[in-house]
Design a protein around this ligand. Structure first.
Ligand SMILES: [Zn+2]
Length: 573
């Protein structure tokens, strides 16, 4: 049986089911975790290895128009990282914006089997799904962008929650989307007029709604629709000194929302590192991660991911729907001593009636104070937040750095000695003077890493079919050569750099760091729970104004089934 597998003698980590490094066999029958072995199953012995559920990345820019523009825009990024064809895999290129096939291969080699593309312009959904089709092995989901959408702002202005619910449900259907993404609410629309928003109560031109009202409205409707994931928020003022106050304000807005669909959380705050800054300018820039952590440690309605910065061999490619931020970064890029310079090439884009975007190459230099502080803040968040079900590992790929550096981050989180080595020998002393990282003794356990990279992310996403080994879960497994009794920084990084086996739906796809086979992954979509008549009323209303807003015909907006040949509907619990 191609999709049946028996995995013997490994140490199993399954935090959702309370299993912490127990010697246990895992049975997969026709692609799903089963109580008993399939007698026709292939059997592998993984003595001396640890077994995790397949990795689930909650936020990584891997597909869509801005990713593809990033590829075209940075030939120098590809020259340094050519990938040759093998008997079982295709050629391609890295580095910070890898080609589609290489993206799938590299995630699979790290033991990841599900990745979320967190910023899909609605009008460009077709392109996003075309790229998904060319990313092998991993399952994918895409978050449509709603935070600066004209229909959304109009319905919020009218306080018409029913129509807003109808609109969100319709967009999820026609774009094959998964969750509600909000990027710099209101600020990206104002950027079309050369401005931004400077507080949560500032106003969006022509719509007279505030970022606060956009967050409240979308948060409320997300729960009315009982979507599997919370609203997924990229905060206002990202990247600017002193922005932690806006982050705390945003968390407080969400205190008024009531979670549905089996979640505790109502808001996911993404790449928090970029929104945990103190100081009032770049010279007194400092960490406010302890303030953020203090709040999270006393509230359970927020989950977040790190947005960790890594120091890599070359500039990364920053890319976001936050157009005004990329304009700012284009001007301040000169802080790095080599690589980025002020006024480096940049792209800004506008998607009619919906959203914007920007791209700027950026080099994080360990010797530059601000970059060293940013590096420390991501780690502070992960170490200061007590509950690993509330903080997840990301680099906001490729913004803080390419995802291929995840093993290094795991090393820093699990080994204080490795962090100290960075602080003492490799990064600017500002990371010691402007953050608390040097004082943190916590070393995360394997179980906590398992939560931050698969169990917790799956739970926050409402993907109840993965991130654990309960009966009926999908047979996605990652197996690493690691003895939990003999750990040090080097061993940890090495083990997580290449899985011994990655299993997708019961099929071995990676063995000893080599791609064995490249099946097509599924596209995960979600549907709002909404009455049919309401849905129809909303569509009629949208249609009425369509020609005023769009350059394409209404009937061409929906993408066809052709784009998602392997589609799986996820509706949470
Ligand atoms: Zn992002």
């Amino acid at each position: 049986m191609k999709n049946s597998l028996t995995i013997k003698n490994g140490l199993v980590y399954d935090p959702l089911n309370g299993i912490n490094g127990e010697k246990k066999d895992i049975y997969i029958k026709e692609g799903l975790i089963s109580e008993n072995p399939d007698i026709n199953a292939k059997v592998i012995d993984v003595s001396g290895m640890i077994i995790f559920p397949g990795g689930v990345d909650i936020h990584s820019h891997i597909a869509g128009p801005k990713v593809n523009k990033g590829r075209a825009f940075r030939p120098e990024d590809h020259f340094i990282d050519p990938v040759l064809r093998t008997k079982t895999s295709r050629s391609g290129v890295g580095y910070s914006v890898p080609s589609t096939w290489v993206t799938g291969y590299r995630y699979a080699k790290l033991g990841y089997t599900t990745v979320v593309e967190p910023a899909m312009p609605l009008l460009e959904a077709r392109h996003t799904h075309e790229e998904f089709l060319a990313i092998p092995i991993i399952d994918k989901a895409a978050f449509p962008l709603f935070g600066n959408n004209w229909y959304v702002m109009e319905f919020i202005k009218q306080r018409d929650w029913k129509k807003l619910a109808g609109y969100i449900a319709w967009i999820l259907k026609v774009t094959k989307g998964y969750a509600v993404k909000i990027v710099n609410p209101g600020g990206v629309e104002n950027w079309a007029w050369g401005k931004n928003v400077d507080s949560l109560d500032d106003h969006v031109f022509h719509f007279e709604v505030s970022p606060r009202e956009i967050l409240e409205g979308l948060g409320k409707v997300n729960e009315i629709l009982k979507l599997p994931h919370t609203i997924h928020v990229h905060g206002n003022n990202l990247g600017h000194p002193g922005n932690y106050e806006y982050s705390l304000e945003t968390f407080k807005i969400a205190e008024k929302l009531t979670a549905k669909n089996g979640r505790d959380s109502v808001l996911h705050f993404t790449h928090c590192q970029f929104n945990a800054y103190g100081g009032s300018n770049w010279s007194n820039f400092c960490s406010e991660a302890p303030e953020i952590a203090k709040y999270i440690n006393s509230h359970d309605h927020i989950t977040m991911d790190m947005g960790q910065v890594v120091f890599s061999k070359a500039a990364t490619t920053t890319m976001t729907a936050d157009g005004p931020w990329e304009f700012a970064l284009h001007h301040i890029g000169g802080m790095s001593s080599w690589g980025s310079k002020p006024g480096v090439k940049w792209i800004n884009g506008q998607v009619e009636s919906e959203s914007g975007s920007g791209i700027v190459p950026y080099f994080f230099d360990p010797k530059v104070g601000v970059n060293a502080i940013q590096w420390a803040i991501g780690l502070e968040l992960a170490l200061l937040i007590k509950n690993p079900w509330q903080i997840f590992m990301t680099t906001d790929h490729p913004n803080g750095g390419p995802f291929i550096y995840y093993p290094k981050i795991i090393r820093w989180l699990m080994d204080k000695k490795s962090r100290n080595d960075m602080l003492e020998n490799q990064v600017s002393k500002k990371a010691t003077s402007q953050t608390t990282l040097a004082n943190l003794d916590r070393e995360l356990t394997l179980s906590e890493i398992c939560i931050m990279t698969r169990a917790g992310t799956s739970k926050s996403l409402g993907m109840t079919d993965r991130g654990h080994f309960g009966i009926g879960a999908i047979g996605d497994v990652s197996i690493y050569k690691l003895d939990p009794k003999h750990l040090n920084g080097h061993i940890i990084e090495k083990a997580f750099s290449n899985s011994v086996y990655t299993v997708k739906d019961g099929q071995i796809v990676v063995h000893n760091g080599n791609i064995v086979t490249s099946p097509i992954g599924a596209t995960l979509v979600s549907e709002g729970q909404i009455k049919d008549d309401l849905y129809q009323i909303t569509i009629e209303e949208i249609k009425k104004h369509w020609r005023d807003h769009y350059s394409i015909n209404f009937n061409n907006y929906e993408i066809g089934e052709y784009y998602t040949p392997k589609c799986k509907i996820i509706n949470g619990v």
